[in-house]
Design a binder for this molecule. Structure first.
Ligand SMILES: Nc1ncnc2c1ncn2[C@@H]1O[C@H](COP(=O)(O)OP(=O)(O)OP(=O)(O)O)[C@@H](O)[C@H]1O
Ligand SMILES: [Mg+2]
Length: 254
């Protein structure tokens, strides 16, 4: 069986900056793969290449064997590639439930006309999407916050809300860009449990970009280390921790 995500030989230039040089990333079916590396290594750029937000100068991106090259963001999302953002992107003037419903709407089975005319199909679908969104809020532990304005939630809960919204759009592969940023230790531990359950109960592949090494070492099946836009190492958490190049380039950096 093909790997869920296979990124090969991807290069990206931003003006004078070579952000990625022949970078690679693999997420196997049912795995959490973390992408780590120092600031500016190219992690967010690589997630952008997978989601379709960044166009590489070369290389290939495959989802379960299907070449995604040239597909725009919304078609990759429909194929099952969904991301969250390093700089939290939620709708602060909507409730928690409404935020998650915007994710579910991608799968809506009604047309614009249905929604304008409030046809029975619209009403039925809207109910289904609301239930699906509630299910995702429950999954991340925010069910009782459904009617709270997103901007009124503590930061850690806003991060979980963004995750719930991404899950509502029915991903096969979730790309998480520093989901623990700004969380305290307890929130980070809770997030780790949720990401594990995404893998184990929902069988969604996860590509995790994260600076919190405790979380990364705890939940990752595989780790890829980026350094100056290239892959420095790839392996299990143990192999990565014991790799002297990684220690020199990154883990020993503090
Ligand atoms: N849109 C852009 N235009 C110009 N340069 C960019 C752009 N996006 C990223 N870069 C540059 O590309 C390189 C890789 O950036 P990227 O954001 O992918 O790193 P990162 O590994 O995610 O870092 P961090 O850990 O700080 O989030 C950096 O040198 C960055 O300044
Ligand atoms: Mg980044």
């Amino acid at each position: 069986m093909a790997d869920l995500l296979e990124v090969r030989n991807v290069s990206v230039r931003f003006g004078g900056v070579q952000a990625l040089s022949e970078a690679a990333l693999t997420v196997r079916q049912g795995d959490i793969t973390s992408l780590i590396g120092p600031n500016g290594a190219g992690k967010t750029t690589l997630l952008g290449v997978v989601s379709g937000a960044v166009t590489p100068t070369g290389g290939t991106v495959r989802l379960a064997g299907q070449d995604l090259s040239g597909l725009p963001i919304h078609l990759r999302a429909q194929a099952g590639v969904v991301r969250t953002f390093q700089n939290l992107e939620i709708f602060s003037n909507m409730t928690a439930l409404e935020n998650v419903m915007t994710g579910a709407h991608m799968k809506a089975g009604y047309s614009m006309l249905d929604s304008l005319l409030h046809t029975p199909r619209f009403t039925r679908e809207e109910k289904r999407l609301r239930e699906l969104a509630m299910e995702k809020l429950e999954f991340v532990g925010l069910a009782e916050r459904r009617d709270a304005l997103a901007s009124d939630l503590p930061y850690g809960e806003q991060r979980l809300l963004e995750l719930a919204r991404a899950m509502a759009s029915g991903p096969r592969l979730l790309l998480l860009d520093e989901p623990a940023a700004g969380m305290n230790n307890k929130e980070t531990a809770g997030l780790g449990t949720i990401i594990r359950r995404i893998r184990d109960e929902l069988h969604i592949g996860v590509a995790l970009v994260e600076h919190d090494m405790e979380l990364v070492m705890d939940i990752s099946d595989r780790i890829t280390v980026l350094h100056f836009g290239s892959v420095l190492a790839e392996g299990t958490p143990k192999e990565i921790q014991d790799n002297p190049d990684v220690v020199a380039a990154y883990l020993g950096e503090d």
